[in-house]
Design a binder for this molecule. Sequence first.
Ligand SMILES: *Cc1c(COP(=O)(O)O)cnc(C)c1O
Length: 378
Amino acid sequence: MDIRTNSVHTGVYKDGSYNSVTTPIYSSSTFYFDELGKNKGYDYTRSGNPTRAALEENIAALEGGMGCSATATGMAAITAVLFFLKAGDHVVTGDDIYGGTYRLFNRVFPEMGITFSFINMRDIKAVKAAIKPKTKMIWIETPSNPLLNIIDLDAVIKVGKEKKLLTVVDNTFLSPYFQKPFEFGADIVVHSTTKYINGHSDVVGGAIVYGRKDLEERGKFLVNALGISESPFDAWLVLRGVKTLAYRMEAHQANALKIAQFLEKHKNVKKVYYPGLASHPQQALIKKQMKGFGGMLAFELDTKKVDLKTLFKKLKFFSLAESLGGVESLIESPWLMSHASMGEKGLKASGMTPETVRVSVGIEDPQDLIDDLKAALA
Ligand SMILES: *Cc1c(COP(=O)(O)O)cnc(C)c1O
């Protein structure tokens, strides 16, 4: 089934009591048994809920996975996946992953005996060299945040398979509309559904999508045991948002490309990072693994000409805010905001500068957005 049909039809039409066309919100915390040992498949909402199950079915279908757990946040999903490991295990990951993931990997799990190597994953030799006898997992995020570096899914996952490691891909940035990590053999895909999957900046949520049945079983056990599943109301909002995923992604991308091209020609902009530009150095890889370029871009502002504060202040349609993937355009400084928790050393290692600006391009009229940027950059 095409993703546009899947996103609208999978996991809906679930209530026959009144023939509702959309999935109702089952806000009940508990479900009664018809008799001892006999219920209708649900007993307690932390463990399972029909509204959440509908969303899980939908996201699993979009990614092409075996099953899915919808979690309270994206970080909850990532935390649960790390609980597949135990003290002594080692993880190989990138040096420019999402700031919150970096914080969890750098400051929380090491205290529980799990160690991490943060490396440049574009270099497949570095990936191979980082694998130790204790390595159990490779954590991939592509394109990276905020510099849109691309990691070779096929090559890195192959290395993981050879060494029998669990390969996990954070697919938040492109969504299943533009990238399908299971097609390259990934074991698990995670999402912050807060971003493109929901797409309307009105909920936080996450998803773990499983490529194998045994992983689904363990993952669902962990999500219930840790108590991090998504609330029925939030799940309902995400299910509502995901139905327009394909159309939103097309609009985000069309706008992002126009803005990237505009910025690239602007005299007060030193460099633009966007996979849809010919200047992006990884063209072959982009063609090989991505069905599109997405709606995120970053650029280096010439702060001798325009300072960050003035730029952000002058903009009318770009809110100064963290997060991404909603219908409205957002702008921010990764150095001072989204990625600040990485510390100066981590920020520098990943290639960010105090002049880096990240943009989540919304679905407004592209000319309005460009006019806004033109005025603010002048
Ligand atoms: C936002 C984000 C997360 C974390 O998700 P939350 O919903 O904020 O907890 C993880 N990975 C990526 C790539 C993100 O953009």
